[in-house]
Design a protein around this ligand. Structure first.
Ligand code: F6R
Length: 253
């Protein structure tokens, strides 16, 4: 309790929460932040997320690329996480997700997108640093407060590493696997410290299923019970949400 209060007192949080009426508006706004960053930054370094929340975001990026408004030719990306034990061409892998939803449709060069590797997780942070560091990190949020696959209990100082997934996360993601195929028990994820090193962070949350955790993450105490709450310690976080996800947030007084 004391540690949590101290963390709060030292908090220099600059979390900006932007609420939209609909999920479609929130998704487009998150995609537009990425577009602006990519077009205004030479050699942009992006941190990317997977999950259902991001599907419409990537649809916008594909569309803008198709229409000639957006090029990824000078961008580099680092994905947050990947399951352990899946071949990269496994349809349930995050590599497949990203190829299907973004990389195969845009002009990012093949060697420019990166995923953490379960055999050398520690090399990922060095690789991010060598690329100049992540300029814009896109995040979703799990119902238990995970970011990347940093489940409750994750340490503020954690780095890219192999983790064991919680039962609730495996259940939430079961739909991404063929019937009868179990969700892997382990994954490799960027750590909390890795994520907090990004220059700017944009977290997108849509739907009533995220309402409780959004309040806990951004209006509750900072601590490992809710890993997303560590984002309060960062100085440039934008939370973009729809009214359903924002339903339990207290209005600023
Ligand atoms: C995925 C990731 C996860 C998801 C989270 C929410 O790369 O990092 O933290 O953002 O599990 O997933 P959805 O969007 O499916 O609710």
């Amino acid at each position: 309790m004391t540690a949590q209060l101290l963390a709060k007192a030292e908090n220099t949080s600059a979390v900006e929460i932007i609420r939209f009426n609909t999920a479609a508006q929130a998704e487009r706004a998150a995609a537009a932040v990425l577009r602006r960053h990519i077009t205004q930054t030479a050699n942009s370094v992006l941190g990317l997320a997977t999950g259902r929340t991001m599907l419409p975001v990537y649809a916008w990026l594909r569309q803008w690329h198709r229409e000639g408004e957006l090029s990824f030719a000078q961008s580099t990306s680092f994905n947050l996480d990947e399951y352990c034990g899946l071949a990269s061409d496994d349809p349930s892998s995050f590599v497949s997700y990203m190829r299907l939803n973004l990389f195969d449709h845009v002009d990012m060069a093949k060697g420019r997108f990166h995923f953490p590797d379960q055999t050398h997780p520690e090399a990922f942070d060095a690789r991010i640093r060598d690329s100049g560091g992540i300029g814009l990190q896109l995040l979703g949020i799990g119902r238990n407060g995970h970011i990347g696959f940093n489940e409750p209990g994750a340490d503020r100082g954690s780095r890219t590493r192999v983790v064991t997934l919680s039962v609730s996360t495996r259940m939430a993601n079961a739909g991404d696997f063929p019937a009868g195929t179990p969700v892997p028990e382990q994954a490799v994820t960027m750590g909390i410290a890795t994520i907090l090193e990004a220059e700017r962070i944009v977290l997108l949350a849509t739907g009533s299923g995220k309402a409780d955790i959004l309040r806990r993450a951004f209006q509750g105490p900072v601590g490992s019970d809710c890993p997303a709450s560590y984002l309060q310690l960062h100085n440039h976080v934008t939370v973009i949400c729809d009214s359903a996800a924002a339903a339990q947030l207290e209005e600023p007084s």
